[in-house]
Ligand binder design. Structure first.
Ligand code: AMP
Length: 537
């Protein structure tokens, strides 16, 4: 029997209409070199209609790919709203990619139009000759001299009339695409649908996840090219949460400035950013983060010391989120369950999170057998659900799926209440004497030392044990901490045979284009003999 419910598709245009009407006065703030500019949701939505009219006039049709090469700013948000609502596909390009990767992705996705921030035009100029399929370049912001033919974003938006440019679409139509930031092989495209974005946004308003609502003002540090800004632009428009867009000002000091001046209630970003904010706040007595009800840190493991430091020094709760480009991204959030006493909340916040309604999860062993969700059995996480990808755009990758489940490549345990603990990426684990060592756990432990700013652990080949851990450390500015001291420091916290004998002290750990430790780059530095390694007896 069919239900009596109406068959209404879940479309992004209806998120836009909702925010434009219900939350017309809510504001989007954008940091610029000369100060903060702001616009209301009503204005942003109206400008999105104008942008859609302009793109239509340029010949953009249903399913055409419109790419953005932009920082987090208001114009980027307008593209987020306009492009999928008009039936085209928004393709967010990562501004930190090397020119070769960028050209590959633009050609692979068959982008027809690129909207680019003025400051990023030089990056595009380097590959202009290698992307013949792109018919139009639209530049946001003033440029002295265009190195190729460009259109002006602001002129296009003001010259075109707003109106209803939002056609009827299928909810399963493609809406947004994003390539993985994966550090192995060619990047792979994931394509989100209107439906997947709707359901992911609804889940993000749930009180068991991050509960974005019209009481929030969200500092969006996660780049809008990283998994569609973790869905936050659509969730914000749906729920009436204001947004603060930091553009390229992503270091600790300017972020602290924005937090003090604009008083966000929530902030989203990867742990390396929050570590930098802690460092910047360290010596200052004028830092006031009391407006924040929570920081969502995700995309990489969140060390215990960071959660403790935000709570103890600034009174701010850190929530951890787990997800991937392939999963829209939010799958799990580490909200402590009801009834947990305040001193035990940390035991949940350090976990990757509890799986949200809508996503099914299981762990499997190397042969694919499903393991118990008992908090003990360790295996690979596999996922199914309406905002989990079922394939990649234009490439076959059957090894990444099993019987309709996405294989995540993340290893860990699942407890009976659905909390995930990640031990490692499968490819980052260290096999020593036939047993696994978790690089992530070692990193989190070493980073708990006051004299350590960052630490990343990779495997080095070992004749006797097959592999042993090498810990690469960045000291805090005045620290002189030594390998012996760190060895003694972590001794009580990890198994004896986990304690690394190889240490290296560096100025900075290489980061991926989305700000995570780049272990592939570290392994390359090691192979090329560019890491000075100290081996303790
Ligand atoms: P990306 O697709 O670039 O967002 O990368 C996804 C990967 O980031 C996951 O497969 C995990 O390895 C890692 N990741 C994301 N969130 C967490 C977390 N909370 N803890 C540990 N690793 C994480």
């Amino acid at each position: 029997m069919r239900s009596t419910m109406q068959d209404a598709p879940l479309l992004i245009r209806d998120i836009v209409r909702h925010g434009q009407w219900m939350y017309a006065d809510k504001q989007v703030f954008t940091a610029t070199p000369t100060g903060v500019v702001q616009a209301s949701f009503a204005t942003v939505a109206e400008r999105a209609q104008r942008l859609a009219a302009a793109l239509t006039a340029l010949g953009v049709r249903r399913d055409d790919r419109v790419a953005t090469l932009m920082w987090n700013n208001q114009a980027h948000m307008e593209a987020y709203l306009a492009v999928p609502s008009m039936g085209a596909i928004l393709h967010t390009l990562n501004v930190r990619l090397f020119a070769d990767q960028l050209a590959y992705i633009i050609n692979h996705a068959e982008d027809r139009v690129i909207i680019v921030d003025a400051s990023l035009v030089p990056l595009l100029a380097r590959i202009k000759d290698r992307i013949p399929g792109v018919a139009h370049f639209i530049v946001n912001g003033p440029i002295d001299e265009a190195p190729f033919d460009v259109l002006d974003y602001q002129a296009l938006v003001s010259e075109n009339e707003p109106g209803d440019h939002w056609p009827d679409l299928e909810e399963t139509d493609a809406a947004v695409m994003c390539y993985t930031s994966g550090t192995t092989g060619d990047p792979k495209g994931v394509v989100y649908s209107h439906r997947s974005i709707w359901l992911h946004s609804l889940a993000s308003t749930s009180a068991n996840s991050i509960a974005l609502s019209d009481r929030d003002r969200c500092l969006l540090v996660v780049p809008m090219f990283h998994v569609a800004a973790w869905g936050a632009v659509y969730t914000a428009f749906m729920a009436g949460s204001e947004l603060i867009m930091p553009q390229m000002f992503l270091q600790g000091e300017p972020l602290l400035e924005m937090m003090t001046q604009l008083r966000p209630t929530t902030a989203l970003g990867v742990p390396t950013i929050w570590n930098d904010v802690l460092r910047a706040a360290g010596g200052r007595s004028d830092v006031d983060l009391s407006s924040l009800r929570m920081i969502l840190a995700g995309g990489a493991a969140v060390p215990r010391f960071m959660i403790e430091a935000f709570r103890e020094r600034h009174g701010v709760d850190v929530l951890q989120g787990w997800g991937m480009t392939e999963t829209s991204p939010l799958v799990a959030v580490s909200m402590p369950p009801a009834g947990v006493s305040p001193e035990h909340e940390i035991d949940y916040r350090v976990k990757a999170g509890r799986v949200m309604a809508g996503v099914q999860i299981r762990i499997t062993d190397e042969d694919g057998a499903v393991l118990a969700a008992d908090g003990v059995a360790t295996g690979e996480f596999e996922l199914r659900g309406p905002w989990i990808t079922a394939s990649y755009f234009g490439v076959d990758a059957p090894e990444l799926f099993r019987d309709g489940w996405l294989r995540t490549g993340d290893i860990g345990t699942l407890d009976p209440h659905g909390f995930m603990v990640i031990t490692d990426r499968a490819k980052d684990m260290i096999k020593s004497g036939g047993e696994w060592i978790s690089s992530m756990e070692l990193e989190a432990t070493v980073m708990g030392h006051d004299g350590v700013f960052e630490a990343a652990v990779i495997a080095v080949a070992d004749d006797r044990w097959q592999e042993r851990p090498l810990c690469v450390v960045v000291r805090t500015p005045d620290s002189t901490v030594s390998a012996e001291e760190l060895r003694a420091f972590i001794g009580p916290s990890v198994a004896k045979w986990w304690v690394p004998e190889h240490w290296s002290f560096v100025e900075a750990i290489p980061k991926t284009s989305v700000g995570k430790f780049d272990k592939r780059a570290l392994r390359r530095l090691l192979a090329e003999g560019q890491l000075e390694v100290e081996t303790l007896g």
